[in-house]
Design a protein. Sequence first.
Length: 178
Amino acid sequence: MTSPLRITVAKRTAPIAAQLAELGRQTFQETFAATNTAEDMVAFLAENFSPEKQLAELQDPQTTFLLGQMVQELVGYAKLRTDSELGLEPGKPAAGRLEIERLYVREDWIGTGLGASLMRRAIEEARAKNCRTVVLGVWEQNQRAIAFYQRFGFKPIGTHEFRVGSDIQTDLILRKGL
């Protein structure tokens, strides 16, 4: 019996961008609203999750979105970017690196295996693109996400700043070799 959960590569269209903007706002708020000010959340969401911003990201040739859909409803997604410089020393080549910029799952879908399915597919995409490394950034205080990534073999290699509104936070940079 096949699962009703489907993971597909997103089409680069305005309707998909609108869905990504809505889900991005929802999942970011579910995860981080309690640890950020309302003003910082409003600023971050406005800057990063407009349909126009999502459409521009969808149309970037170095970006791929994987959609997790259950019976035609978008319940999670991963944003992948090839040739990422995240965690690289200046001047080092970025070729052969894939960054998981976002792996977002609706709160009511956490613990169902959707995140793991998206991660496995992201790693498959990296291999299909002949990448040797997968990297990602995760907030240093998001212990649930850190533990999730460690289960897939990601190891810390550094840190970088991540701005939410006016608040500068620290993300761990994690890496997995392929």
